[in-house]
Design a protein around this ligand. Sequence first.
Ligand code: SF4
Ligand code: SF4
Length: 171
Amino acid sequence: MNSAYVYLQLYRQFDRSTPVPVDCGQLCSAACCAGDDSGMLLFPGEEEVYKLLTPEGFRIEKSDLEYEDDGIVRKTPILFCDGMCDRFVRPLACRIFPLTPVLNENGRIDIIVDPRAKSICPLAKTMRVEEYESGFVRAIRRSFLLLSKNRHVRAFLKEYTDYINEFRRFF
Ligand code: SF4
Ligand code: SF4
């Protein structure tokens, strides 16, 4: 199956599932979208979605985050936007923000508050994972339990975990 369809199915879980039961964008004027052009990383295979959808203002480049997969060094794609989008086209990283997956010491998926979010997001600054909507956290866990069965995603998650852990040292 084309990976685009897998992601499009996963996206649907977040059409109604949000971090908190109110529109948190009203708290902060959607600070996570008003960013400084830092972009959102795409997970392995997710780039295929944007061969089907071509939202205005989206552009995809290669980030500096590299990982080894099947002996090949791959650069993680990163999506840049102009700060506004239809919620049905937004990438997985935006849908799960401000939480993110990491692999724990047993190689299992943990869902944590993304340390990169703590400087911009009032939820990330103040709330523990247990305080987010339980359906939202469950949807993230379910998504990454499924995705991590794929060896390419798992190869990425190993490197991504090290990358996130570097930020955790400072937050
Ligand atoms: S920065 Fe945090 S609180 Fe603001 S819209 Fe984004 S997720 Fe919600
Ligand atoms: S893709 Fe959409 S949700 Fe994600 S940062 Fe850009 S405007 Fe915000």
